[in-house]
Write a protein that binds this ligand. Structure first.
Ligand code: SF4
Length: 518
């Protein structure tokens, strides 16, 4: 029988207990800035290059992690919890593979001193609040406990110096990062609405690359306007960024497109990381859809940032907040929301209004309300239902492709609720794709089944609009010869009630440009 010292104490022959201690990075000191490189990742290469512009502007050495690859899934699986969701596995694996390569080229000590990792953090019911725990578990597994990792809280723009002062999360940094993210979204919209229709294959990608490099320099050369309200006012009111976007618009003007190609329009929704990512992490599904004759509507990160404002506003409206001045706080947040949308629309305008508008968050909430309560947080919450119904009611896409990570708690709930939505709207084309990272054929073939019907509808709509306007493809071609500006990528085709670009284009020529009946 175990021998006890006194009541409540442990048996003497028991091995010592090692209590769990959370990972705490050792300090990253200000004087180390020149020698240390900040690593980051998780978005597209466009967003990451623009973020690098801001970090370079703030005199940090910074480098995005290589784009996620299939190998990262295996590396992540080896080192973190079995039940982790697939984005956690991929992103942890990406950091692991990078560090392994660096250690092989130098040493653990050098790597721990040369790099720090900056990642977004949050709290909440889904695993996003615990990503850093997975990273720290992986660092333990690699014997790199000394490696430094810092969290950038999504809801605090001015967190001040953290962990030794080497990294200062202040307004100029946060605003530069947010502006970079918004610009990454705007460029993605241009990319996806142009490439399926380009006459010269590869031209969109070339112009996109040149635009990203140009805007990287714009962010790198951003003038200094202080650390507080001066910089906020400047970011909101300056023409520095809108002028740069006008230059970008000129770059896109050289691309010639053929919008009479009939494509199924596919709106991508799903879990934040999976829907944003472009690569092996989601089977390169956006490129694959384009090869399958679809036009992709990409999900902007801007919608997520917009969504982040809303739970607090709702809480204040419903008096669930602990704020001492709920009315004042509510008014300020509503004003902030209006400024956010105004800023995004200002940037869109500088790009000839080509990028998509942000959906109204209040409308998303109302559409989702009968199926998914807005206070159920985690992942994209009610937005997945709201976005699907928004696209359906406003005819913004022929089908929805929802990318759901394997082992994702919020997405599992959303897919369950969507079964109810489909029961009510049986003609809503919805493809929920579970992404595990290693079951590509299964996922893509599932998407293809729904896509076949989406393409049929796109062709049907196109024929309908030709009949309605009395136009023929030959007549439109002749008109385009006389009006080459209509074949420019920067020629805006308004949304005139059809889901597909080709159908809207024909109606636009007939209605807005007076192309007469045959
Ligand atoms: S939303 Fe799902 S996939 Fe994303 S972090 Fe949360 S649990 Fe993981």
């Amino acid at each position: 029988m175990a021998q006890l010292t006194t009541i409540g104490q442990l048996p003497l022959n028991q091995p010592p207990i090692h209590h769990y201690t959370a990972y705490r990075p050792r300090p990253f000191k200000r004087e180390e800035r020149d020698k240390v490189t900040i690593l980051y990742g998780g978005l597209t290469w466009k967003h990451e290059r623009l973020i690098q512009g801001t970090l370079h502007n703030m005199k940090y050495n910074a480098e995005p992690l290589p784009n996620i690859a299939r190998d990262d899934l295996d590396a992540g699986k080896e080192l973190i919890d079995v039940g982790a969701c697939c984005p956690t596995i991929f992103t942890t694996g990406s950091l692991v593979n990078f560090l392994k390569k660096e250690v092989a080229a130098s040493s653990k000590g050098e790597v721990a001193n040369k790099y720090v990792f900056l990642t977004a953090g949050a709290c909440g019911p889904c695993r996003f609040g615990q990503y850093h725990e997975s990273y720290s578990m992986a660092l333990d597994g690699l014997g790199l406990r000394d490696f430094r990792m810092f969290l950038l809280a999504q809801d605090e723009l001015d967190q001040g110096p953290s962990g030794g002062g080497g990294l200062e999360i202040n307004l100029p940094l946060s605003l530069g990062l947010i502006w970079g993210i918004l610009f990454g979204d705007l460029l993605s919209d241009l990319e996806y609405l142009t490439r399926p229709y380009e006459i010269n294959p590869g031209q969109t990608d070339q112009v996109l690359k040149a635009s990203v490099e140009y805007l990287y320099r714009v962010f790198r050369e951003r003038p200094d306007h202080g650390a507080k309200y001066g910089t906020l006012a400047w970011h909101l009111l300056t023409n520095y960024f809108t002028n740069a976007l006008r230059e970008v618009c000129k770059m896109w003007d050289v691309i010639e497109v053929d919008r009479l190609r009939v494509k199924a329009k596919v709106k991508i929704t799903g879990e934040f990381w999976l829907q944003t990512h472009e690569g092996d992490g989601n089977y390169n599904i956006k490129r694959w859809l384009e090869q399958e004759d679809a036009e992709v509507v990409p999900p902007p990160v801007a919608v997520w940032l917009h969504y982040l404002l809303h739970p607090t506003i709702r809480k204040l409206e419903h008096r669930h907040s602990t704020s001492k001045h709920p009315r004042l706080e509510q008014t300020l947040l509503q004003a902030l929301e209006r400024i956010y949308r105004w800023t995004y629309n200002r940037f869109r305008k500088a790009l000839a209004d080509l990028p998509n508008e942000l959906p109204d968050q209040e409308e998303l909430r109302e559409l989702a309300e009968p199926f998914y309560h807005f206070e159920l947080r985690g992942g994209e919450g009610h937005m997945l239902i709201g976005k699907a119904l928004h696209a359906y009611h406003h005819k913004k896409a022929h089908m929805i492709c929802e990318l759901s990570p394997y082992s994702c708690m919020p997405n599992t709930m959303s897919i369950g609720s969507m079964a109810n939505v489909i029961g009510k709207y049986p003609d809503l084309l919805y493809a929920p794709i579970e992404v595990k990272g290693d079951s590509e054929v299964h996922a893509l073939s599932r998407c293809q089944m729904i896509l076949t019907e989406a393409k049929r509808r796109a062709h049907e709509q196109f024929q309908e609009v030709l009949k309605k306007t009395g136009l023929t493809v030959e007549k439109i071609r002749k008109y385009e010869e006389r009006h080459p500006e209509t074949r420019r990528a920067t020629h805006r085709v308004p949304h005139l009630g059809y889901s597909g670009t080709a159908a809207n284009y024909v109606l636009h020529l007939a209605q807005d440009r007076g192309l007469a009946r045959a």
